[in-house]
Structure formats: structure tokens, C-alpha cells
Design a binder for this molecule. Structure first.
Ligand code: ADP
Ligand code: SF4
Ligand code: MG
Length: 326
């Protein structure tokens, strides 16, 4: 039996807006994250991926629901336990340009967690640890004395990873961690993350709007649409046999190199975009964009259910759609 690192139950996170209805950015999601796995989270921009990740790890206060880390409720745990928890759970975000202080040397950026959690007993030990971390992510000791503006995007992301690993965490939330990088650099960072995962037995939640890298990296993938998980399954099962119309569209939306096939694909794509502030009161949230929508879909929200072992989908018409596509 795989050990659960995170247990997420019916988690909701709303943002209030002056004079308007609150945005239900995450609206009742439930899933587990198992030790050692990579759980990918995909969906268009605005679907609630970032809010979900941040609320799961406790960076955002939840509106309702439950998150347990190794059995303990992270939103109610005491100060001391929460401090210990912050050492176990680290983040790598999209934009190292804005998240890193330009006036700090790389050595101080990388060592920040070491200082906060008192993990080095002398300056020498601290510096040695920084050198080890830089080497781990493919940088050199001399980089420790430099400033962030002297580095390329890929190198900056390596620095962010070193910084996250400085406290010897168990879990990394990677939120669009490679999205700002060139494709060739993306592959290098993904390979680095995979190497580190094997070496250090890390668990990842890997959020991205780009499906290709998520497929390469993830053991399981959850698809979000307007605050809900609409499909969740093993990566191969989900990419080879997507059950939810939204997942089918997302996968069809990955561009194809052949121009003729690409033109054909463009014709298939539905119009419209995800709008979290236009969530229908009843029924399926994908109703307005779904090629298979029927009157029943407008009246009743579909629940996430296990359509095949380990493969969950929230759609009223999964079986019929499977028949239509066969
Ligand atoms: N801090 C915030 N305040 C108000 N609304 C927010 C905030 N963060 C996100 N939202 C809204 O919540 C929805 C989901 O956003 P987000 O979680 O960033 O989605 P994604 O990461 O999938 O692009 C969007 O409609 C967004 O405008
Ligand atoms: S429940 Fe209906 S509208 Fe929603 S995805 Fe399924 S077929 Fe489409
Ligand atoms: Mg986001």
C-alpha cells in the first residue's frame, strides 16, 4: 500500500471581490498525493490550478474542506508543528525574476531556508552546504558569489530548486516552474527534477498548462476545469483514453508539427474560454463548451466517479461518449 503524503477532501477556496460575487477558484476538490509520485495538474489558465496548489500546501487559507499531511490537518496544526511542516514542503514557482531578491548573493538566496531552520552550525558548514546544493542542480561553486541578474532563465530556475532543496524537503509544489523557459531548457529542468526525485525520494505536485511536459513527468494527472477536478487518472490511461470531453479537447489542442494535420485539429477545437466568474449555478460547468451536452447536463452537476480502476471522471455521459467515439 502506497503511503499518502497529502489527503485533500472537498477543499474550497473562494476570493471575495468588492461589489461582486466571490470567485470560487477551487470548488470542492478531493484527491490524495502518494509518497514518491508526481501528480500533474493541468487545465487552461484561470481554472484554479495555482489556487489549488497553494491552498493544499497552506500558503492560502482554505474556505472549507480538509487537507492532511501525513495524517495531520495542516490548516489547524499548532505553530511548532506548522514550522516543522514548512521544512518538509517547498515550492518552485514560474518566475524566478520576481521571486528572488536581486540584491542578495546566490549563496544567501540558497541558504535562506538553512538560516530559517538553523540547519548549519557554522559559516563554513553553511557555505559547504550551498556548494553541495549548487552542484546538485548543475551549477558551480563560483556561482555562489554572483547575483541573480547574471544568470539565464534556466540557471535561475536551478537556483530556485537549490533553494527549495536546502531544507531537505519531502515535497515540492512546482507551479508553472518551466513555463517561462525555452523548450530545450524546459527539458533540462524537467530532467533535473526527475533526477532529484529519484535521488531524494521527493514527491511532486506539478502544475502546468502545457500538457506535453506534464505527461513526461507525471505518474498521475488531474484535469481542472473552473475550480473542479473533471478527470483524474494514471498518466498513460488519461492521455491515451481521455474520458472527459474537456480532457479530450485539451489533448487535441496540443499542436501538431504537420501543417495539414494541424489545420484539421484547429477545426475540431471548440470556441470559448474558461471563465471562473461565469460559473453556472447548476449543472455541468463545461456545458456551454461541450460538444456532447444534453439537457440533463444543464440541470445536475456531474460528480467525480471511478469509471475504470484508478480512472475518475465527472461527466454524465462517459459511457455514451465512449460508444460514440469507438
Ligand atoms: N488572489 C486572488 N484574488 C482574487 N481572485 C483570484 C486570486 N487568485 C486567483 N484568483 C481567481 O481565481 C481563479 C483561478 O485562478 P488561478 O488559481 O490562478 O488559476 P490558474 O492557476 O489555473 O491559472 C481566476 O478566476 C482568478 O482570477
Ligand atoms: S456532463 Fe454533459 S456537458 Fe458536462 S462534460 Fe459531460 S457531456 Fe459535457
Ligand atoms: Mg496558475
Amino acid at each position: 500500500m502506497r503511503e499518502k503524503l497529502f489527503e485533500v477532501k472537498d477543499l474550497c477556496k473562494s476570493f471575495s471581490r468588492p461589489g461582486k460575487k466571490a470567485v470560487r477558484a477551487v470548488d470542492g476538490v478531493s484527491f490524495d498525493i502518494y509518497q514518491g509520485e508526481t501528480l500533474g495538474i493541468v487545465g487552461e489558465s484561470g481554472c484554479g490550478k495555482t489556487t489549488c496548489g497553494r491552498t493544499v500546501i497552506g500558503l492560502y487559507a482554505k474556505t472549507s474542506g480538509l487537507v492532511r499531511y501525513r495524517g495531520a490537518d495542516i490548516h489547524t496544526m499548532g505553530k511548532k508543528d506548522y514550522f516543522a511542516y514548512t521544512k518538509k514542503v517547498q515550492t518552485v514557482f514560474q518566475d524566478p525574476y520576481t521571486s528572488l531578491d536581486p540584491r542578495m548573493k546566490v549563496s544567501d538566496l540558497v541558504a535562506e531556508g538553512i538560516d530559517i531552520h538553523h540547519l548549519a552550525s557554522s559559516r563554513r558548514e553553511r557555505l559547504e552546504r550551498v556548494y553541495e546544493l549548487l552542484e546538485l542542480v548543475g551549477l558551480q561553486p563560483e556561482h555562489a558569489e554572483r547575483y541573480i541578474h547574471e544568470f539565464s532563465g534556466g540557471q535561475r530556475q536551478r537556483i530556485c530548486i537549490a533553494r527549495a532543496l536546502a531544507v531537505d524537503p519531502e515535497f515540492l509544489l512546482c507551479d508553472e516552474a518551466i513555463s517561462a523557459l525555452d523548450v530545450s531548457i524546459q527539458a533540462q529542468i524537467v530532467n533535473l527534477l526527475m533526477k532529484l526525485q529519484r535521488q531524494k525520494h521527493l514527491t511532486y505536485m506539478f502544475i502546468a498548462h502545457d500538457l506535453t511536459m506534464v505527461r513526461y513527468l507525471s505518474d498521475r494527472v488531474a484535469v481542472m476545469y473552473l475550480g473542479k477536478i473533471v478527470e483524474l487518472g494514471e498518466t498513460d490511461a488519461l492521455y491515451q483514453g481521455p474520458l472527459h470531453p474537456y480532457t479530450q479537447i485539451l489533448i487535441a489542442a496540443v499542436p501538431i508539427a504537420d501543417p495539414a494535420a494541424e489545420a484539421e485539429r484547429q477545426k475540431m477545437l471548440p470556441k470559448g474560454e474558461a471563465r471562473a466568474d461565469e460559473v453556472p449555478a447548476n449543472g455541468c460547468r463545461f456545458y456551454a463548451r461541450c460538444p456532447y451536452a444534453c439537457p440533463h447536463c444543464a440541470g445536475e452537476p456531474p460528480q467525480l466517479r471511478e469509471a475504470a480502476p484508478g480512472h475518475w471522471v465527472a461527466c454524465h455521459r462517459t459511457e455514451e461518449i465512449g460508444g460514440m467515439r469507438a
